[in-house]
Design a protein around this ligand. Structure first.
Ligand code: NI
Length: 396
């Protein structure tokens, strides 16, 4: 069933203009996590237009499309579908019509690339000995995320998925290039909320009160020491308090302070250790000062660990299509990504798709109101995913 790289590129080029229309529609109509109703409807409509089967899900958003559902095993492609609560500040002709919501992480590019790949693979489906699944997953941006729910709905079963690929746009990588990395690539996320409960009183009579602000200051300082003194300097970890709230007037001792923060680690041991140390530290400081506390810790996404076997397929496919020097190495980051849940179940990898193009100002960071992705990247992503899926089925 060998299909030449030239033929793959021709098919990707052929679908590209339609893909641009899809992407612009999605960009114009972004929806927040778990509210991707129109997005879900639109993806289904596109898949149906291509003649691709859809398996119903119990989830209110998200789509599972299948090529050759009768064949086994399966290879899957995953795209996230949600947007962010950001007021778009670009001059794109297809700027968001949904005020205050924006595809500022490139998930519109992910969807259109996955849909284009679905169209291409569907055209040559008779030559594919297995099943190809397209997993359009909601709520990547908002823990607990949509990945685990989709796995619970059985998207990796019947037929069993043997390998899964995903892409993420990267505004630091020029269009036409990709990057990959084996092993731990993105961080485990642990979010937490703390309430320090003191005893209010007059600013001039501190000995009859328990100052929740003073205790909060000590708690923040002490929790930062978890990173500097209790985790290995050889293993990256970070804790950030992103919000603090408390007090009503300068001459009143606050009885309550709320703190919220997030911990990121690239290592499973630290992921387990840090919540325990946060609790121990908070408990110790509050006891010392006679304060009470409430703590809620939400285990977010695990470390995202890419599998070398899947990266090898990506690297080889891209090299054959576009040349060796077009593949770089993804740096490790402390960002989180719920594709990690899929990678705990089946081998796979997420590659970074270059979308940087200074000429069109496509060089702003993710989640910026000025984020722009070069849509030509979809051609490269589509050719790559097509070649990678065929490669997994032994086509080369
Ligand atoms: Ni993203």
């Amino acid at each position: 069933m060998k299909i030449s790289e030239g033929e793959i590129k021709r098919l990707a080029e052929e679908i590209f203009p339609h893909q641009v229309k899809i992407r612009r529609h999605l960009h114009r109509h972004p929806e927040l996590s778990d509210q991707e109703f129109e997005t879900t409807r639109y993806i289904k409509q596109q898949l149906r237009n291509f003649g691709i089967k859809i398996r119903p899900l119990k989830m209110k958003t998200g789509v599972l499309g299948l090529i050759n559902p009768q064949n086994r095993p399966a290879v899957a492609i995953r795209s996230d579908i949600d947007a962010l609560p950001i007021v778009e500040c670009t001059n794109l002709p297809f700027i968001s019509k949904n005020n205050g919501v924006m595809h500022a992480c490139g998930h519109d590019i992910h969807m259109a690339t996955a849909l284009g790949t679905a169209a291409v693979l569907n055209r040559i489906k008779k030559q594919i000995p297995g099943c190809v699944k397209f997993i359009f997953q909601p709520a990547e941006e908002q823990p607990p995320g949509g990945a685990e729910r989709m796995i619970r709905e059985g998207v990796l079963e019947d037929p069993e998925v043997k390998m899964i690929f995903a892409l993420h746009t990267d505004p630091t990588v020029p269009t036409g290039r990709i990057s990959i990395r084996d092993g731990a690539t993105m961080a485990a996320v642990t979010d937490f909320d703390i309430t320090i409960i003191g005893v209010g009183g007059h600013a001039a009579v501190p000995h009859n009160a328990v100052d929740a602000i003073a205790v909060a200051a000590e708690v923040i300082e002490s929790i930062q020491k978890i990173i500097s003194r209790e985790t290995s300097p050889m293993r990256p970890a970070v804790i950030t308090f992103g919000s603090i709230e408390g007090g009503t007037a300068r001459n009143v001792i606050a009885d309550r302070v709320k703190l919220s923060g997030t911990a990121r680690t690239l290592n499973e041991d630290n992921r387990k250790l840090i919540p325990r140390l946060i609790k121990r530290t908070l408990d110790g400081v509050c006891r010392a000062r006679g304060a009470k506390y409430e703590l809620s810790i939400e285990a977010g996404y695990p470390v995202m660990v890419n599998h070398a076997a899947a990266n090898k397929i990506i690297e080889e496919s891209y090299t054959r299509l576009f040349g060796r020097r077009k593949v770089g190495e993804t740096p490790q980051t402390m960002g989180g990504e719920d594709f990690s849940f899929f990678l705990q179940k089946v081998p796979g990898a997420m590659f970074r798709l270059g979308v940087r193009n200074n000429k069109i100002h496509a060089n702003k960071p993710w989640h910026s109101p000025e984020f722009i992705a070069d849509e030509r990247s979809m051609y490269f992503g589509t050719a790559l995913l097509t070649r990678a899926v065929l490669s997994k089925f032994g086509g080369y």
